[in-house]
Design a protein around this ligand. Structure first.
Ligand SMILES: Cc1ncc(COP(=O)(O)O)c(C=O)c1O
Length: 457
């Protein structure tokens, strides 16, 4: 939908009439007061402020609002891989605060080194030396600076429609109007883009995921052949929409990058640490990046921490200070990250995400057979998408139906977000049980059937 002149790409915005109607029916007086205070003191911004509702508790897969209603959180900003408030993580953080609450710059500490060693051990192939930041956007920018230093080149190539962060550099590489145009611009110069791969809606006009991948890889090669200043390609191996890369796509792109002397940076800020049913999404494709960027779930849904981990040979910028962040070796955030990874391993959560996600995908395909408004279902593990259309033939995106389903689902205790306006995007924690996933799919089915019956013809 359009907000002024800005194309709204996220869907469930803070300004629609459906949101106003939901709030009028659902928000109690204490919540309304808190929302009003929030609006008084926070600058307004698209997608988040004014807020939809207020939470008072987050535990496991659940969030609870101020009025006491509980929702299964199938969004969670992709931070809640291990579920909210995991007791082992809370204890580890508390113990670390007692033992050593902070490490000033120029001093290292045991948890920071242990985390770095752990990340070097679990990330693919040769990735082995890293810098830490508090947020994903910063980590993306660190990765690009490393690539610049290593290649002696300055430009970046990335996908339209991607999101890599809100910072000026990360937004330059992102491809959504909301984050990069108007007053956000001008951004960092030299950020080139190509249209991404996509099966159901291919910007290259192809009709299958394989053809889409081929067209996209060709365009990457085309651009890189013409611009020798590109240092790196920055991309999400599994796109957030979600779109799974067709088999062989990343292997081909890896070959192109090697041929052109361009480094491959994978942004696995939402998908890393098991979200897609492998520890890293790029492992589905058997392709190793030169630099991998992680964030979000790394802090276990409690603390902010992100990293850019590179091949050791890329350690060439010792005279500069790309990771000069106040909390770069914070013992508490690094302890949180280390414990989060240990929990993911010890509780076998990656396998759970794969198993529960595969079962959900089967059920969603069944749902597609029954509900004509579903144009496509896709995804992997705990990253699933249901694309709603006005008609299967025309494939016109049905953002209005998506929003109607979203608010109905909230009334039944399920929270998720929409992507590109019309894709119901489910990103539950890796701890999600089959029963919880089944329940979510059943809620969506009921809401879809009801909302479809009421949609204008
Ligand atoms: C793919 C991707 N990259 C980067 C970011 C930015 O991370 P952060 O919000 O921690 O800066 C996000 C956040 O949504 C993301 O989804």
């Amino acid at each position: 939908m359009m907000l002024g002149t800005v194309t709204e790409s996220e869907g469930d915005t803070n300004l629609t009439s459906r949101r106003t109607a939901w709030q009028a029916a659902s928000i109690d007086t204490p919540t309304a007061r808190l929302l009003a205070r929030d609006e008084q003191v926070f600058l307004r911004q698209s997608v988040s402020t004014p807020c939809l509702n207020a939470v008072r508790k987050a535990e496991g897969v659940w969030i609870e609002d101020v009025a006491g209603r509980r929702y299964m959180d199938f969004h969670g900003n992709n931070v809640h891989h291990i579920g909210y408030g995991h007791p082992r993580l809370k204890k580890a953080i508390a113990d670390q605060m007692d033992a050593l609450p902070f490490a000033p710059r120029r001093y290292t500490c045991e948890p920071a080194v242990q985390l770095a060693e752990k990340l070097a051990a679990i990330t693919p192939g040769r990735l082995g030396k890293l810098l830490l930041t508090t947020g994903g956007s910063d980590a993306i920018e660190v990765a690009v600076k490393i690539a610049r230093a290593a290649t002696g080149r300055t430009k970046t190539l990335s996908f339209w429609d991607a999101f890599h962060g809100a910072g000026t550099g990360a937004a330059a590489m992102s491809g959504e109007t909301l984050f990069r145009s108007g007053p956000a611009a001008p951004l960092v110069a030299g950020a080139l883009h190509v249209a991404p791969f996509g099966g159901y809606r291919c910007p290259y006009g192809t009709t299958s995921p394989e053809e889409s991948g081929t067209a996209c890889a060709r365009m990457i090669d085309y651009v890189l052949a013409r611009d020798p200043d590109v240092a790196c390609l920055v991309a999400e191996p599994t796109r957030a929409v979600p779109y799974v890369a067709p088999p062989g796509f990343w292997a081909e792109v890896r070959r192109i990058c090697d041929r052109r002397g361009v480094l491959l940076i994978f942004d696995e800020i939402p998908t890393g640490l098991g979200k897609t049913g492998r520890m890293f999404s790029c492992q589905h494709d058997g392709v190793e990046p030169d630099i991998l960027v992680l964030g979000k779930g790394l802090g276990g849904g409690i603390l902010p921490i992100a990293c850019a981990i590179a091949r050791p040979e890329l350690d060439v910028a010792g005279d500069w200070a790309f990771g000069h962040y106040t909390h770069e070796k914070n013992p508490v955030t690094t302890r949180a990250a280390l414990t989060t990874i240990e929990i993911i391993e010890d509780e076998d959560l990656v396998a759970n995400a794969e198993r529960v996600g595969a079962r959900a995908l089967v059920r969603l395909h069944g749902l597609k057979e029954r509900v004509g408004a579903i144009g496509d279902v896709r995804g992997r593990g705990c990253l699933l998408g249901i694309e709603l259309v006005r008609s299967r033939e025309g494939r016109e995106p049905d953002g209005d139906l998506a929003e109607a389903v979203l608010y109905r689902a909230l009334d039944r205790g399920l929270s998720f977000k929409t992507t590109m306006g019309n894709v119901l995007t489910l990103t539950p924690p890796l701890t999600v049980s089959e029963a919880e996933m089944d329940k979510a799919v059943a809620i969506i089915e009921d809401c879809l059937i009801e909302a479809t019956a009421q949609r204008p013809h």
